[in-house]
Design a protein around this ligand. Structure first.
Ligand code: ZN
Ligand code: ZN
Length: 232
């Protein structure tokens, strides 16, 4: 079951504005962190993501689906993916790369997925609230950067990658917090599918509507204020 609480003891997480130095409860390495559970456990981003990333890589390399929302939902349902966490910064772009390739997009999927993992892992947990830059939205921008082979020196490709992130963040910001990695991932993919159709004439598949199955696992769920909350 996806959990939004501490992986060690199940207690709720708390966020501070000011970072403090703590040792990861899994690998023991010291990091500056703003998040720890109420009993004082801190788990570093790479320990939090490790199993999830392996699953994302294997699933996205293998699926024949053209529907990035369906790909994400299948991956999100596995226990390796927690309710919230920076693995979503890889998941959004990886699901898009896979669906894009399966919809006729010309990419080397194996290389693209490895780049997605390398870049997405660099976007830390909590960037939404602390940077004003949700990692799920950034993941959509990384996806466009990878398929256009953008670099900081390109013109159109550089522009499109930044436009993609902007569109995703606009939609994410319009809905307001508190953060939900599921909601922000669905929004980012929704925007990316439209952007790709407009810019690259590649049509990925989308469901009629996106219904979230994770509300019960999210203590901060916005419920009726979330467009993906299931209607009664
Ligand atoms: Zn704990
Ligand atoms: Zn660690």
């Amino acid at each position: 079951m996806p959990t939004s609480n501490c992986l060690i003891c199940g207690a709720e997480l708390e966020y501070d504005n000011t970072p403090r130095k703590m040792a990861c409860a899994i690998c023991g390495k010291e990091y500056e962190t703003t998040a720890a559970c109420k009993s004082g456990h801190f788990i570093c981003d790479s320990c939090h993501m490790e199993k999830g990333i392996a699953l994302i890589k294997a699933f996205c390399a293998d699926t024949r689906s053209r529907n990035p929302i369906a790909i994400m939902q299948q991956i999100m349902a596995k226990p390796e993916i927690y309710m919230h966490g920076p693995e979503h910064h890889v998941l959004v772009g990886a699901a898009l790369l896979s669906a894009y390739k399966n919809s006729g997009g010309k990419i080397d999927l194996e290389y693209a997925l490895s780049e997605m993992i390398r870049r997405g892992q660099q976007v830390p947990g909590g960037a939404c609230g602390f940077w004003g830059c949700c990692g799920a939205g950034v993941s959509a921008g990384i996806f466009i950067s990878i398929i256009t082979e953008a670099t900081p020196l390109h013109k159109e490709e550089w522009g499109m990658a930044n436009q993609m992130t902007a569109r995703a963040l606009q939609a994410i910001g319009n809905l307001g917090g508190p953060r939900c990695c599921k909601r922000d991932s669905f929004v980012s993919v929704w925007e990316a599918v439209q952007f790709v159709q407009e810019q690259f004439a590649v049509q990925m598949e989308m469901p009629e509507s996106v219904v979230c199955g994770f509300s019960a696992f999210n203590e901060q769920c916005k419920k009726e204020d979330c467009p993906f909350y299931p209607a009664v």
